[in-house]
Ligand binder design. Sequence first.
Ligand code: HEC
Ligand code: HEC
Length: 213
Amino acid sequence: MKDSDIRHRFKPDNGFLKIAAIMTMGWTFPGTSAAADAHTIAATVCIACHGDDGNSVIPTFPKIAGLQEGYIVKQLRDFRSGARTSEVMSPVAAALKPEDIAPLAAYYSSRKMKPGEAVDREAAGFGKMVYLDGNEESGVPACIGCHQAQGVGYLIYPRIGGQHAPYVAHQMKDFASGDRSNDFGRFMRAIARRMTEEEIQSVAEYLVGLDER
Ligand code: HEC
Ligand code: HEC
Protein backbone atom coordinates (compact mmCIF):
# COMPACT_ATOMS: atom_id res chain seq x y z
CA MET A 1 0.00 0.00 0.00
CA LYS A 2 1.27 3.46 -0.88
CA ASP A 3 1.73 6.17 1.78
CA SER A 4 -0.95 8.22 0.08
CA ASP A 5 -3.37 5.32 0.54
CA ILE A 6 -2.61 5.17 4.24
CA ARG A 7 -3.10 8.90 4.59
CA HIS A 8 -6.36 8.62 2.73
CA ARG A 9 -7.80 6.51 5.53
CA PHE A 10 -7.52 9.40 7.94
CA LYS A 11 -9.32 11.98 5.85
CA PRO A 12 -12.17 13.50 7.86
CA ASP A 13 -15.53 11.98 7.09
CA ASN A 14 -17.62 14.09 4.79
CA GLY A 15 -20.64 11.80 4.95
CA PHE A 16 -23.19 14.44 5.78
CA LEU A 17 -22.02 16.71 3.00
CA LYS A 18 -22.38 13.89 0.50
CA ILE A 19 -25.85 13.02 1.72
CA ALA A 20 -26.83 16.66 1.44
CA ALA A 21 -25.47 16.64 -2.12
CA ILE A 22 -27.44 13.53 -3.04
CA MET A 23 -30.62 14.97 -1.62
CA THR A 24 -30.26 18.18 -3.56
CA MET A 25 -29.33 16.43 -6.79
CA GLY A 26 -32.95 15.66 -7.49
CA TRP A 27 -33.03 11.96 -6.68
CA THR A 28 -36.56 10.95 -7.37
CA PHE A 29 -37.79 8.01 -5.39
CA PRO A 30 -41.53 7.53 -5.06
CA GLY A 31 -42.44 9.96 -2.31
CA THR A 32 -40.24 12.93 -1.63
CA SER A 33 -38.59 11.70 1.55
CA ALA A 34 -37.38 8.28 0.40
CA ALA A 35 -33.71 9.31 0.33
CA ALA A 36 -34.04 10.79 3.80
CA ASP A 37 -35.72 7.57 4.94
CA ALA A 38 -32.81 5.50 3.65
CA HIS A 39 -30.46 7.77 5.56
CA THR A 40 -32.58 7.40 8.68
CA ILE A 41 -32.60 3.61 8.42
CA ALA A 42 -28.85 3.62 7.76
CA ALA A 43 -28.21 5.86 10.76
CA THR A 44 -30.46 3.95 13.15
CA VAL A 45 -30.35 0.30 12.07
CA CYS A 46 -27.46 -0.55 9.74
CA ILE A 47 -24.96 1.64 11.60
CA ALA A 48 -24.87 -0.79 14.54
CA CYS A 49 -23.04 -3.41 12.50
CA HIS A 50 -21.88 -1.75 9.27
CA GLY A 51 -20.56 1.54 10.72
CA ASP A 52 -21.88 5.03 10.21
CA ASP A 53 -21.18 5.17 6.47
CA GLY A 54 -21.07 1.46 5.64
CA ASN A 55 -17.44 1.06 6.73
CA SER A 56 -17.89 -1.54 9.44
CA VAL A 57 -15.27 -1.51 12.17
CA ILE A 58 -16.00 -5.14 13.10
CA PRO A 59 -13.77 -7.27 10.86
CA THR A 60 -16.20 -10.17 10.67
CA PHE A 61 -18.98 -7.83 9.47
CA PRO A 62 -18.67 -6.65 5.87
CA LYS A 63 -18.03 -3.11 4.76
CA ILE A 64 -20.97 -2.30 2.51
CA ALA A 65 -19.87 1.19 1.40
CA GLY A 66 -19.08 1.30 -2.30
CA LEU A 67 -20.57 -2.09 -3.14
CA GLN A 68 -22.32 -2.16 -6.53
CA GLU A 69 -25.90 -0.88 -6.24
CA GLY A 70 -27.40 -3.89 -8.02
CA TYR A 71 -25.30 -6.23 -5.89
CA ILE A 72 -26.68 -4.71 -2.66
CA VAL A 73 -30.26 -4.99 -3.92
CA LYS A 74 -29.61 -8.59 -4.90
CA GLN A 75 -28.06 -9.58 -1.56
CA LEU A 76 -30.85 -7.95 0.47
CA ARG A 77 -33.43 -9.79 -1.62
CA ASP A 78 -31.47 -13.03 -1.26
CA PHE A 79 -31.38 -12.64 2.54
CA ARG A 80 -35.13 -11.95 2.53
CA SER A 81 -35.97 -14.93 0.32
CA GLY A 82 -33.59 -17.25 2.16
CA ALA A 83 -31.40 -17.79 -0.92
CA ARG A 84 -28.55 -16.41 1.22
CA THR A 85 -28.71 -17.01 4.95
CA SER A 86 -27.03 -15.42 7.96
CA GLU A 87 -28.18 -15.69 11.56
CA VAL A 88 -27.29 -12.02 12.01
CA MET A 89 -28.27 -10.39 8.70
CA SER A 90 -31.30 -12.44 7.61
CA PRO A 91 -33.67 -11.14 10.33
CA VAL A 92 -32.57 -7.56 9.63
CA ALA A 93 -33.27 -7.94 5.90
CA ALA A 94 -36.59 -9.63 6.63
CA ALA A 95 -37.69 -6.62 8.69
CA LEU A 96 -37.04 -4.15 5.85
CA LYS A 97 -39.89 -2.82 3.77
CA PRO A 98 -39.38 -3.90 0.12
CA GLU A 99 -39.51 -0.26 -0.97
CA ASP A 100 -36.60 0.62 1.35
CA ILE A 101 -34.17 -1.69 -0.47
CA ALA A 102 -33.46 0.44 -3.56
CA PRO A 103 -32.84 3.70 -1.65
CA LEU A 104 -30.57 1.91 0.83
CA ALA A 105 -28.61 0.34 -2.05
CA ALA A 106 -28.29 3.74 -3.75
CA TYR A 107 -27.08 5.29 -0.50
CA TYR A 108 -24.43 2.70 0.35
CA SER A 109 -23.15 2.31 -3.21
CA SER A 110 -22.52 6.07 -3.28
CA ARG A 111 -20.23 5.83 -0.24
CA LYS A 112 -16.54 4.99 -0.46
CA MET A 113 -15.19 1.72 0.89
CA LYS A 114 -12.23 2.70 3.04
CA PRO A 115 -9.40 0.19 2.77
CA GLY A 116 -7.46 -1.05 5.77
CA GLU A 117 -3.85 -2.12 6.00
CA ALA A 118 -2.50 -5.63 5.51
CA VAL A 119 -0.88 -6.89 8.71
CA ASP A 120 0.98 -9.82 7.16
CA ARG A 121 2.83 -8.39 4.17
CA GLU A 122 4.28 -11.71 3.09
CA ALA A 123 0.83 -13.28 2.92
CA ALA A 124 -0.48 -10.20 1.09
CA GLY A 125 2.33 -10.61 -1.47
CA PHE A 126 1.32 -14.20 -2.15
CA GLY A 127 -2.34 -13.16 -2.17
CA LYS A 128 -1.55 -10.61 -4.87
CA MET A 129 -0.29 -13.41 -7.10
CA VAL A 130 -3.49 -15.37 -6.52
CA TYR A 131 -5.54 -12.27 -7.29
CA LEU A 132 -3.72 -11.47 -10.51
CA ASP A 133 -2.86 -14.94 -11.81
CA GLY A 134 -5.00 -17.51 -10.01
CA ASN A 135 -3.50 -20.99 -9.78
CA GLU A 136 -3.22 -22.69 -13.15
CA GLU A 137 -2.38 -26.08 -11.62
CA SER A 138 -5.48 -26.36 -9.45
CA GLY A 139 -7.72 -24.45 -11.87
CA VAL A 140 -8.30 -21.32 -9.76
CA PRO A 141 -9.01 -18.45 -12.16
CA ALA A 142 -7.56 -14.98 -11.55
CA CYS A 143 -9.88 -12.96 -9.33
CA ILE A 144 -9.10 -9.86 -11.38
CA GLY A 145 -10.95 -11.40 -14.34
CA CYS A 146 -14.29 -10.76 -12.65
CA HIS A 147 -13.60 -8.44 -9.70
CA GLN A 148 -11.53 -6.05 -11.88
CA ALA A 149 -8.33 -4.14 -11.23
CA GLN A 150 -8.00 -3.04 -7.58
CA GLY A 151 -11.05 -5.16 -6.75
CA VAL A 152 -13.50 -2.41 -7.67
CA GLY A 153 -16.04 -4.88 -9.07
CA TYR A 154 -18.53 -4.52 -11.88
CA LEU A 155 -22.28 -5.22 -12.08
CA ILE A 156 -22.91 -8.61 -10.44
CA TYR A 157 -19.23 -8.86 -9.41
CA PRO A 158 -18.95 -7.10 -6.06
CA ARG A 159 -16.24 -4.72 -4.93
CA ILE A 160 -13.84 -6.71 -2.78
CA GLY A 161 -10.88 -4.30 -2.73
CA GLY A 162 -10.63 -2.85 0.78
CA GLN A 163 -12.92 -5.46 2.40
CA HIS A 164 -12.15 -6.95 5.84
CA ALA A 165 -9.95 -10.08 5.65
CA PRO A 166 -11.85 -12.21 8.21
CA TYR A 167 -15.14 -11.50 6.40
CA VAL A 168 -13.62 -12.42 3.01
CA ALA A 169 -12.03 -15.62 4.34
CA HIS A 170 -15.31 -16.61 5.98
CA GLN A 171 -17.29 -16.04 2.78
CA MET A 172 -14.77 -18.09 0.77
CA LYS A 173 -15.27 -20.97 3.19
CA ASP A 174 -19.04 -20.58 3.02
CA PHE A 175 -18.86 -20.69 -0.78
CA ALA A 176 -16.63 -23.77 -0.65
CA SER A 177 -18.95 -25.61 1.76
CA GLY A 178 -22.06 -24.49 -0.11
CA ASP A 179 -23.37 -22.55 2.91
CA ARG A 180 -23.51 -19.46 0.70
CA SER A 181 -25.67 -20.97 -1.95
CA ASN A 182 -27.35 -18.09 -3.78
CA ASP A 183 -27.47 -18.24 -7.56
CA PHE A 184 -24.61 -15.93 -8.64
CA GLY A 185 -22.53 -17.55 -5.93
CA ARG A 186 -22.09 -20.55 -8.23
CA PHE A 187 -19.09 -18.82 -9.80
CA MET A 188 -17.49 -18.53 -6.40
CA ARG A 189 -18.40 -22.02 -5.19
CA ALA A 190 -16.50 -23.60 -8.08
CA ILE A 191 -13.50 -21.36 -7.37
CA ALA A 192 -13.38 -21.49 -3.56
CA ARG A 193 -13.54 -25.30 -3.57
CA ARG A 194 -10.26 -25.43 -5.48
CA MET A 195 -8.41 -23.07 -3.15
CA THR A 196 -6.11 -24.04 -0.31
CA GLU A 197 -6.47 -22.52 3.16
CA GLU A 198 -3.24 -20.60 2.51
CA GLU A 199 -4.54 -19.18 -0.78
CA ILE A 200 -7.78 -18.06 0.88
CA GLN A 201 -6.07 -16.40 3.87
CA SER A 202 -3.47 -14.76 1.62
CA VAL A 203 -5.86 -13.33 -0.94
CA ALA A 204 -8.03 -12.03 1.93
CA GLU A 205 -4.96 -10.36 3.45
CA TYR A 206 -4.11 -8.79 0.07
CA LEU A 207 -7.63 -7.42 -0.43
CA VAL A 208 -7.61 -5.46 2.86
CA GLY A 209 -5.24 -2.79 1.57
CA LEU A 210 -6.43 -2.72 -2.02
CA ASP A 211 -7.51 0.78 -2.90
CA GLU A 212 -8.98 2.29 -6.03
CA ARG A 213 -5.98 4.33 -7.03
C1 HEC B 1 -26.96 -6.97 13.74
C2 HEC B 1 -25.93 -6.67 12.76
C3 HEC B 1 -26.36 -6.17 11.39
C4 HEC B 1 -27.24 -5.16 11.11
C5 HEC B 1 -28.05 -4.31 12.07
C6 HEC B 1 -27.22 -5.03 9.67
N1 HEC B 1 -26.37 -5.95 9.11
FE1 HEC B 1 -26.03 -6.23 7.13
N2 HEC B 1 -24.81 -7.81 7.55
C7 HEC B 1 -24.48 -8.23 8.81
C8 HEC B 1 -23.61 -9.40 8.70
C9 HEC B 1 -22.99 -10.17 9.85
C10 HEC B 1 -23.47 -9.66 7.33
C11 HEC B 1 -22.68 -10.81 6.68
C12 HEC B 1 -23.59 -12.01 6.57
C13 HEC B 1 -22.87 -13.24 6.07
O1 HEC B 1 -21.98 -13.72 6.77
O2 HEC B 1 -23.20 -13.71 4.96
C14 HEC B 1 -24.23 -8.64 6.62
C15 HEC B 1 -24.32 -8.53 5.24
C16 HEC B 1 -24.92 -7.50 4.58
C17 HEC B 1 -24.90 -7.31 3.15
C18 HEC B 1 -24.14 -8.16 2.16
C19 HEC B 1 -22.73 -7.63 2.06
C20 HEC B 1 -21.87 -8.33 1.07
O3 HEC B 1 -20.71 -7.88 0.93
O4 HEC B 1 -22.29 -9.29 0.44
C21 HEC B 1 -25.60 -6.18 2.87
C22 HEC B 1 -25.84 -5.56 1.51
C23 HEC B 1 -26.10 -5.67 4.14
N3 HEC B 1 -25.66 -6.49 5.16
C24 HEC B 1 -26.86 -4.52 4.26
C25 HEC B 1 -27.40 -4.07 5.47
C26 HEC B 1 -28.29 -2.94 5.56
C27 HEC B 1 -28.75 -2.08 4.40
C28 HEC B 1 -28.61 -2.82 6.89
C29 HEC B 1 -29.58 -1.86 7.52
C30 HEC B 1 -30.96 -1.99 7.07
C31 HEC B 1 -27.92 -3.89 7.60
N4 HEC B 1 -27.19 -4.61 6.70
C32 HEC B 1 -27.98 -4.10 8.96
C33 HEC B 1 -24.87 -7.67 10.00
C34 HEC B 1 -25.81 -6.66 10.14
C1 HEC C 1 -16.06 -15.91 -12.94
C2 HEC C 1 -16.17 -14.69 -12.18
C3 HEC C 1 -15.50 -14.64 -10.82
C4 HEC C 1 -14.18 -14.89 -10.50
C5 HEC C 1 -13.06 -15.33 -11.43
C6 HEC C 1 -14.05 -14.62 -9.08
N1 HEC C 1 -15.26 -14.21 -8.55
FE1 HEC C 1 -15.61 -13.68 -6.63
N2 HEC C 1 -17.58 -13.37 -7.06
C7 HEC C 1 -18.17 -13.53 -8.30
C8 HEC C 1 -19.59 -13.25 -8.20
C9 HEC C 1 -20.61 -13.30 -9.33
C10 HEC C 1 -19.85 -12.92 -6.85
C11 HEC C 1 -21.19 -12.52 -6.23
C12 HEC C 1 -21.94 -13.72 -5.72
C13 HEC C 1 -23.29 -13.34 -5.19
O1 HEC C 1 -24.04 -12.65 -5.90
O2 HEC C 1 -23.58 -13.69 -4.05
C14 HEC C 1 -18.56 -13.00 -6.17
C15 HEC C 1 -18.40 -12.78 -4.81
C16 HEC C 1 -17.19 -12.83 -4.15
C17 HEC C 1 -17.00 -12.58 -2.74
C18 HEC C 1 -18.09 -12.18 -1.76
C19 HEC C 1 -18.08 -10.67 -1.63
C20 HEC C 1 -18.98 -10.15 -0.58
O3 HEC C 1 -19.00 -8.93 -0.41
O4 HEC C 1 -19.66 -10.92 0.10
C21 HEC C 1 -15.68 -12.72 -2.46
C22 HEC C 1 -15.00 -12.53 -1.14
C23 HEC C 1 -15.03 -13.09 -3.71
N3 HEC C 1 -15.97 -13.15 -4.71
C24 HEC C 1 -13.68 -13.33 -3.82
C25 HEC C 1 -13.05 -13.79 -4.98
C26 HEC C 1 -11.66 -14.18 -5.05
C27 HEC C 1 -10.68 -14.10 -3.90
C28 HEC C 1 -11.43 -14.61 -6.33
C29 HEC C 1 -10.15 -15.18 -6.92
C30 HEC C 1 -9.60 -16.34 -6.25
C31 HEC C 1 -12.69 -14.47 -7.05
N4 HEC C 1 -13.65 -13.98 -6.20
C32 HEC C 1 -12.87 -14.78 -8.38
C33 HEC C 1 -17.51 -13.87 -9.46
C34 HEC C 1 -16.16 -14.21 -9.58
